[in-house]
Design a protein around this ligand. Structure first.
Ligand code: FES
Length: 71
């Protein structure tokens, strides 16, 4: 099941939004670069910044998981 919950309250960015943004980006091998791309696309972590670590954690988690659809 796809997780979905609000990660960034300031900008109302959900886990799914971050996932989509990450998939629409060119592949990065660097979490911080990916974070910047996701931040630009979703505006997450541009308010209070309190979600910064959460967003980073989600990106690294998504980058670690294999991109297969369990066919
Ligand atoms: S909760 Fe994301 S910037 Fe404030």
């Amino acid at each position: 099941m796809k997780e979905n919950y609000t990660v960034c309250n300031c900008m109302q960015v959900s886990y799914g939004d971050i996932e989509d943004a990450l998939h629409n980006l060119p592949t990065f091998d660097d979490v911080l670069q990916a974070f910047k791309g996701v931040q630009l696309a979703t505006k997450c972590s541009t308010g209070c910044g309190g979600c910064h670590q959460k967003v980073l954690d989600i990106i690294s988690e998504l980058m670690m998981s294999p991109a297969s659809d369990n066919a």
